[in-house]
Design a protein around this ligand. Structure first.
Ligand code: ADP
Length: 888
């Protein structure tokens, strides 16, 4: 209970809109607006002792009240208070001097000092805004002498209004007061009895009557009633004890009367209730009890809702019959019964599936589709042309069973985004199903419902998510499905992609056929080789090679940078990434076939810039113009009910102002220094190859991985041993055999190659050979390292370094013939990325060069080799002088 407290001469003021806090009352408020949060932070949260603040009622400006205002300009005593002061007179309400009549705040002249009993701080998600929950206890009345602002909130000079002890004693002897007290006490006692009878509570409230001084009790009683704002104000204004008591007595009496009337009505109505009405009432009560106990989830309502959802799902008639049977079963079950939930979830799925709902397919406009593809993607001319052809066929024959397009290429080359562009061009929804790592057939086809935790397969789940039966469905990473004991996902996919079978696709969980024939399937894969041939047979493969640095630059400038800026809430006015810098990012920080890492690095730059811009927020000057003080109550967040969400007058900056302030005159331009600061020291440079190949025994190969082409070093060394060959670097069987062949070839040619003086000398005499493929964590296999292995061994035995500017790829036979290999385009692009100048290729790969962009070819010297000797001739500086001695 609040005892008398000494009030300071100045209090921070929290305005309460259309609400009064009376002394003795305890309320909980949530502070959300910037100024109230600031006030709580500074006056309550950061103070060790429990602070005091003033609560001042504020009337809605819309309300029509007599206004008498006094607004004066003047300097205050507090140096912080440079803003004009608002003087509050004795009248009921006041206004601030605003030109606009609407911009009026009606302050009440009297308020109540309050103490915080409890404070808690919260952070709203996702905005990150800080809010406070404060439990306040009203202490004593004060009147406002002068209102001013401190930073974002108000403070007031005040004088206390409560009586001194001596004055109190004098009043207590007043006979009028004595009789008023008696009357109030009697009425209050009656109210308490009635309430206790109704609610069967103990006599705790009665104790209050004996212990708390009556004038305080009057406030406490009134605070607990629902009375109008005007009545609350008049109670607040009742500084005189006699007035206060008589007002409180009147209000208590009125409350008592209303309880009695309500009781009478209830009795009357109850008497007239029919049996069915009684039943209804009982049901309502039961529901309320269940709600209290927390075990009510409106099952009946839910099932009715489910039924109507099922009716509107447009199921085919045989499936509708099946669903109804299941529903009847569900209705007979108790919610606690096993199987109830699974049955309900199943029916929900049936009701949610898009049996007929389809997005309306627009009349396909090929020109617009082309524009769409062009605006989303740079380059890829052939790919786009193929997509347009595909769309044209669909236009001419909408139900044509066209092949399923399958984009094959390294990550980040735009496979997914091309598929999504197709969806946009067709005016259909887009859904992506990730097949990476799917080994279980049930992932595609669902588990039977007899399993615990069974669920539909990814396709049906995707259709439920997208909620139309004719989306463009992307089967992502179709090459990453594998088969094991749990079945073969590829065979399930085969059914999905087969136009004859997918009309009635059977998901084990669903257990009724679903028509997939309206879905447009598009697939993506990194490599073609792991895709099972029957599946590949159903698809039309479109290969997307990696990009050249020039293409990457164009993609970054036209597509990635605008998108990244947009995603980070920036614009070129804030951040500019010049072309030179993008080039550096491409050269020094990324070495990939696609543009995913490039996009990531650009995003890192944008994030860094966003932090810089956001930091400026703190220096946004608060406009302290008087006009602003008198701004209307914009943030109207006063919530009804028990919890008061308080209104605090906005005084800060508005959005417009923020954007003006952020309109910095010169944008942040990324330079080399910023690159290093944000992205770290360069990860790649052109010297890498030269450094790694500086000693004999190393050669540069070109390999093909799921990430596109890559440069692969091969290192060989010898040590004392018994003539064994050691191989490391996670090698597969094929590459191990290549190493064996390479070593045999070099040993057989040792004399010709002048590695040994006579043919009889064993190169491995007393020594072991160790060949290592660095990047040991990446599994490697394939025959294309044959010529690279020989070069490394020849370099090792001859103690001559191979050329650092030359990379090679090619398979070799035991007799030294160089055989063609795959992935030439990607490998050449990789060599170009690494800054390599010469590439040795098998002669029979000449035909593959047509696929390589001419800009890349122009910057490289391509050398064709027929035999291993040709390779060695080109791999060493000054050629290989032993060639003429070699014979087959
Ligand atoms: P993938 O599916 O091949 O791994 P994504 O489609 O996810 O690659 O592409 C990665 C990012 O690169 C996307 O943001 C995509 O828009 C962008 N991108 C790739 N290629 C291009 C291109 N030619 N033009 C514009 N943006 C591209």
């Amino acid at each position: 209970m609040a005892e008398s407290v000494e009030l300071p001469s100045r209090l921070a003021i929290l305005p309460f809109r259309n609400k009064v806090l009376l002394p003795g009352a305890i309320i909980r408020i949530r502070c959300t607006s910037p100024s109230s949060v600031k006030l709580v932070e500074q006056e309550l949260w950061q103070k060790e002792e429990k602070g005091l603040i003033g609560i001042l009622p504020v009337r809605d400006s819309a309300e029509n009240v007599t206004v008498s205002s006094m607004v004066a300009q003047g300097g205050g005593t507090d140096p912080d208070e440079r803003s004009p002061k608002v003087h509050v007179g004795s009248s009921d309400s006041h206004k601030l001097d605003g030109k606009n009549q609407q911009e009026v705040i009606h302050w009440h002249a009297r308020g109540v000092a309050a103490r915080a009993l409890h404070l808690s701080r919260g952070v709203e998600k996702p905005s990150g805004r800080v809010t406070y929950m404060v439990v306040l206890e009203g202490l004593s009345r004060f009147s406002v002498q002068e209102l001013s602002t401190r930073g974002t909130y108000y403070t007031a000079r005040i004088t206390p209004l409560e009586m001194t002890k001596a004055e109190m004693e004098l009043v207590e002897q007043d006979p009028d007061f004595v009789s008023l007290s008696r009357h109030f006490k009697a009425t209050a006692m009656e109210l308490i009895s009635v309430l206790e009878q109704k609610q069967k509570t103990g006599g705790r409230t009665k104790v209050l009557l004996e212990t708390v001084p009556l004038h305080k009790l009057a406030d406490i009683f009134v605070a607990s009633f629902e009375i109008s704002f005007e009545e609350q104000l008049s109670m607040l204004d009742s500084v005189d004890l006699k007035v206060r008591l008589s007002k409180a007595t009147e209000l208590v009496e009125r409350h008592l009367q209303s309880i009695r009337v309500a009781e009478k009505i209830t009795q009357k109505v109850e008497g007239q209730l029919s049996k069915s009405q009684k039943e209804f009432l009982l049901r309502q009560q039961m529901r309320a009890i269940k709600e209290e106990l927390g075990d009510n989830d409106d099952d009946e309502d839910d099932i009715a809702a489910l039924e109507s959802k099922m009716q509107s799902a447009g199921m085919p008639s045989n499936i509708w019959k099946h669903a109804q049977r299941e529903l009847r079963r569900l209705k007979k079950m108790q919610p606690q019964q096993p199987g109830y939930n699974s049955s309900r979830v199943y029916l929900e799925l049936l009701a949610d599936l898009p049996w007929q709902k389809a997005s309306e397919e627009l009349e396909l406009d090929l020109k617009a589709a082309k524009e769409q593809l062009d605006s989303d993607h740079y380059g890829l001319v052939k790919v786009k042309q193929r997509i347009i052809e595909y769309l044209a066929v669909r236009k001419l024959k909408p139900d044509a069973r066209g092949p399923v397009l399958c984009f094959v290429g390294p990550p980040g080359v735009g496979k997914t985004s091309l598929a999504s562009s197709i969806a946009t061009a067709l005016g259909r929804k887009f859904v992506r199903i990730s097949l990476g790592g799917v080994k279980d057939e049930a992932d595609i086809r669902g588990h039977r419902r007899t399993y615990i935790g069974s669920m539909p397969g990814r396709l049906i789940d995707g259709l439920k998510r997208v909620a139309v039966c004719n989306p463009v469905m992307l089967l992502d990473e179709i090459d990453k499905t594998g088969s094991d004991v749990r079945g073969d996902p590829a065979s399930a996919l085969l059914e999905v992609l087969d136009p004859e079978q997918n009309k009635s696709f059977n998901d084990h969980y669903l257990n009724v056929p679903f028509d997939l024939s309206k879905v447009v399937f598009v697939a993506t894969a990194n490599r073609m080789q792991p895709i099972p041939p029957p599946l590949l047979d159903r698809m039309e493969v479109i290969e997307l090679p990696g990009y050249t640095p020039e293409e990457k630059l164009r993609i970054a400038m036209r597509h990635l940078i605008p998108r990244v800026l947009d995603q980070h809430g920036l614009s070129p006015d804030f951040l500019q990434i010049p072309e030179d810098m993008v080039k550096l990012v491409i050269q020094r920080y990324t070495r990939e076939a696609g543009v995913r890492n490039l996009e990531r690095n650009l995003a890192a730059l944008a994030r860094a810039a966003a932090v810089k811009v956001a930091e400026q927020e703190q220096v946004v000057p608060l406009n302290q113009d008087m006009q602003r003080l008198a701004s209307p109550l914009v943030e109207n967040r006063l919530a009804g009910g028990a919890e008061v969400e308080m209104e605090v007058l906005p005084m800060g900056v508005n959005n417009h102002e923020i954007s003006n302030t952020f309109n910095i005159s010169s944008p942040l331009v990324v330079d080399e220094e910023m690159l290093e600061k944000v992205l770290g020291p360069p990860r790649f440079d052109d010297r890498e190859v030269a450094e790694r190949i500086s000693s004999p025994g190393v050669s540069v190969g070109l390999v093909w991985t799921t990430f596109g082409g890559e440069v692969q070093f091969v290192e060989a060394t010898t040590m004392v041993g018994k003539g064994e060959l050691h191989l490391t670097g996670q090698l597969g069987d094929v590459i191990k055999e290549s190493a064996q062949i390479a070593l045999t070839w070099v040993r057989a040619r040792a004399a010709d190659l002048k590695l040994a003086s006579t043919e009889e000398i064993n190169l491995l005499n007393g020594r072991d050979i160790h060949i290592h493929f660095p990047a040991g964590a990446v599994p490697k296999d394939g025959p294309s390292a044959g010529i690279t292995l020989v070069t490394a061994l020849v370099s090792l035995f001859s103690r001559r370094s191979a050329r650092a500017d030359t990379a090679m790829t090619g398979e070799m036979t035991l007799r030294g013939l160089v055989l063609p290999v795959g992935g030439i385009k990607d490998k050449i692009l990789a060599a170009h990325r690494y800054g390599i100048k010469r590439v040795i290729l098998p002669e029979r790969n000449l035909k593959d060069l047509v696929e390589v962009p001419s800009a890349v070819l122009a910057s490289l010297e391509i050398i064709f080799a027929k035999r291993m000797e040709d390779v060695l001739e080109q791999a060493f500086d000054g050629g290989c002088p032993w060639r003429q001695h070699s014979k087959l």
